[in-house]
Each structure stands twice: as C-alpha cells, then as structure tokens.
Design a protein around this ligand. Structure first.
Ligand SMILES: C[S@@+](CC[C@H](N)C(=O)[O-])C[C@H]1O[C@@H](n2cnc3c(N)ncnc32)[C@H](O)[C@@H]1O
Length: 294
C-alpha cells in the first residue's frame, strides 16, 4: 500500500503530520520530503512495537508522557557515527588547532581546555577528540581537559557511557591507539578509565537553550543537516556566543554556514573547513575576517 494515501494501519496523513510537527517543535529535527518515507516507516514500526492501533492514541500518549514521546523520538534519530569519522578533521584539529591553543594558553594556570561535542550519539566522537588530545597535546597530563558530550537520545548516551565498541565503529582506530586507550572485553573494546574521565555525558536537547559555559572548541558534526534553516541559524549563533575568542567550530562535511550573518573566519584545510571565532582585536580589522564565508 502506498504510505502517502490516507490511512495506513490506523495512521492518517494528518496524524503523521501532527507527529512530525510535534517532533520538530520540540527537537528542531525536520522531516522534509526527502525523509518522508523514513519518517512514516519508523512511526508505523513504533505503533506495531507498542501495540498501539491508532495514530490519535500515539499522539495523546506522546503529549501526556515524556517517556512515550522519547520512545518514538529514539526510533526517529539518525545516530550513525564512528571513531575518527572524518580523518581530515582530526588532522586539522591535531596539526592546527591544538598547537594554536597550546601557545595561547601555555601560561594559564590552571591550563584548561573545554570542548563540547554537541550531538555526540554513542560517544565515538568525544572519545576520538580525547584520544587526539591525549596523543598529541604536549604534556597532556598538565592540562585540565573537559569534554562535554551531549545528545538528545538516552539510549545512545547509555552506550556512550559504557564505552564498549566493536566492528565498523572502531575500524579507524589504529593498533597503537587501541593498545593505549582500550581494554579488550567480551563485547569488543572498552575505553580505559583515563580516557573515560575526560568526557562527561549529558542528555541535552539542542533546541532548548542550556548554558554550558565558555568553550574552546565545539564539534557539532552531522546534526545541523536535520534542522530547519531557521534553527540552524540560531544554533550557529549560539555556538558563536559560547566559544571563547579564538575558539573553533567543527561542522560535518555537508554542513556550511555560508550566508549566515555570524562573523566566523572560515579556514579551509585539506578537505575540511574550520570556523574560527575572531578575537576582539581581529574584529577591529575586518579584512582579517571573512564573514560567515565558506
Ligand atoms: C548522525 S549523528 C552524528 C554523530 C556525531 N556527531 C558524528 O558526526 O559522527 C546525529 C546526532 O544528533 C543527535 N540529535 C539530533 N537532534 C538533536 C537535538 N535536538 N538535540 C541534541 N541532539 C540531537 C541525534 O540523536 C544523533 O545522535
């Protein structure tokens, strides 16, 4: 049966669109035409799994209970990720960003580095950040490194907290990193406590404004693509405000902030673009800053 025609298993187009609006309103995630089929298939799967016969029943339950709402949300989230997903990003992070911040903060006491992995899914991204810092920052132990890793998906965060990975997820972790940062356990490889201690996981909805303190770097990779243009703009502005002057924003490969009015300096390195927040001095010299240009 064609899903776009009227009722499908007690679920009308109107109900589907109400559910879509509810999810978008609360999380910013936008199911446009390209993801319509994915959306209706997942909602129907959910109805079947919960033994709910009608869309109206599901809507009522979602509005009444956060648990019901999150149950469906988890099914709709795209949580694909892996360690060192874009090697070029981690190279740029290691070769350009860390040395720059090292020089900038060398005389600070304490020497603190604060990083936010926004939309961290099952944890591969924040742990990859931690591994890169531990392996390449000079005297890494002398730094106070805090990686805040947030996601709206509770199941993904539980997985992240367990920190056990196998298969494709850790395919890009090399032998040396595996030996230094993981312990072999029955279900795969588990991150060692030293790496685990660098990362704090928290459930956080990016559509809600939560104060996280100032950050030196923000990784928000492959999250903005799911948001509407308007949400994207306000989130990028929030990231700008959250970053320290001289701090960096890392986005996914297909995400660009071109045409946005934020004053990030776009730096092209190999196959990736880094967005640097200019310092107050640099803002006085507009020729140094390409406004939101990608
Ligand atoms: C495709 S994954 C990206 C994971 C990782 N950043 C990477 O690039 O490998 C997108 C993540 O964004 C999260 N997400 C989507 N909407 C969100 C929201 N409103 N607030 C917080 N996290 C959200 C999803 O749960 C999912 O884990």
């Amino acid at each position: 049966m064609n899903e776009r025609q009227g009722h499908v298993e007690g679920l009308s187009e109107h109900e589907l669109s109400e559910i879509r609006m509810l999810i978008e309103e609360r999380t910013g995630i936008c199911f446009d035409e390209s993801r319509e089929r994915f959306f209706s298939t997942r909602v129907r799967e959910h109805l079947r799994a919960k033994g709910i016969e009608r869309g109206t029943e599901l809507l009522r339950a979602m509005r009444k209970s956060n648990i019901e709402y999150e149950g469906l949300l988890e099914r709709l989230l795209t949580q694909e990720t892996s360690f060192f997903r874009y090697p070029g990003v981690y190279q740029a992070f290691e070769k350009r960003v860390l040395p720059e911040l090292h020089t900038k903060k060398f005389w600070n006491n304490p020497r603190t580095l604060r990083i936010w992995s926004a939309g961290c899914s099952t944890g591969e991204e924040p742990y990859s950040i931690g591994i890169t810092i531990a392996d390449s920052l000079s005297f890494a132990d002398a730094w106070n490194v805090e990686i805040l890793a947030t996601d709206v998906g509770r199941h993904a965060l539980k997985h992240a907290e367990r920190g056990t990975y196998k298969g494709r997820s850790i395919a890009s972790v090399n032998e040396r990193q595996l030996a230094n940062h993981f312990t072999e356990v029955s279900g795969g490889h588990q991150v060692k406590p030293r790496l685990r201690k660098m990362v704090s996981f928290a459930q956080m909805n990016l559509a809600a404004t939560v104060y996280v303190g100032r950050m030196d770097m923000i990784f928000c990779m492959n999250v903005l693509i799911y948001f509407s243009e308007e949400r994207r703009r306000s989130l990028v502005q929030r990231f700008y405000d959250t970053l320290e002057p001289g701090g960096y924003l890392f986005l996914g490969h297909s995400e660009s902030i071109s045409k946005m009015p934020v004053k990030f300096q776009a730096i092209v390195l190999n196959d990736c673009i880094l967005y640097r927040k200019p310092t107050a001095d640099e803002l006085q010299k507009p020729e140094l800053v390409a406004e939101g240009r990608a």
